[in-house]
Design a protein around this ligand. Sequence first.
Ligand code: PGA
Length: 260
Amino acid sequence: MKPKLVVGNWKMNKSFDDAQDLILAIQESLKDMKLQTEVVLCPPFVYAELITDIAEEEDSQFYAGAQNCSEHASGAYTGEISAEMLASMGIEFCIVGHSERRKYFGETNAIIAQKIKLLLENDIVPIVCCGELLEERKAGKHTQVVQQQIEEALFGLEPKEFERIIIAYEPVWAIGTGETATPAQAQEMHAFIRSLVEQKYGTEMAYNTYILYGGSCNAKNAADLFMQEDVDGGLIGGASLKADDFVAIIQAGENVLKDN
Ligand code: PGA
């Protein structure tokens, strides 16, 4: 089993002081853990300098991430933040194509593909989200929907580019609802996604690609999810806002790795 990757997606939460307290509390808890699990924190843009400064300290065991970037490289796009700007701040990872961006900001697979290209050009690792709506799962279309998202957003990439991609499977019905996919549902979709990657880019790429689960993953259910063969970690929303909960999820990743 590969070491896990745990990513915290803070969404639009926390004041500056609360953000600083949370980052420092996580830094303190992880300091002595000798982690194999990789950790990324994605606070809102305005805390980019805060997170990169602390992430760069010697005893920090996490990377600095962002939650989004513009699909444009630069120019007259008031209010937007470019991939180049993020890179210039020291941001190393960026979530892209989250279902909330698809739903509230009209992001399509084509826009997401454009963002991924800009992130890669700026040496930022894209964490690319996919996942079906409840109606789509009920209609038995979940694999079809996810396949289309993955193909349209990612399969235009050259192997050299694709090898830097992280995928996050987040069933939309599980995000922020308290209703988690069962470990079996997660495993089934993750294995399916891996098979798509295998068909397109080969077995080695499929094995190496990190596929995270997101959607009401918390300190209680993380171990069961992380135990699944094709679940390489988690993209954590609500439970990443409290240091103890988030660190417990990271600890679950460590324990699963030790036991397997
Ligand atoms: P949640 O969010 O953990 O609060 O369900 C996950 C996400 O949206 O990334």
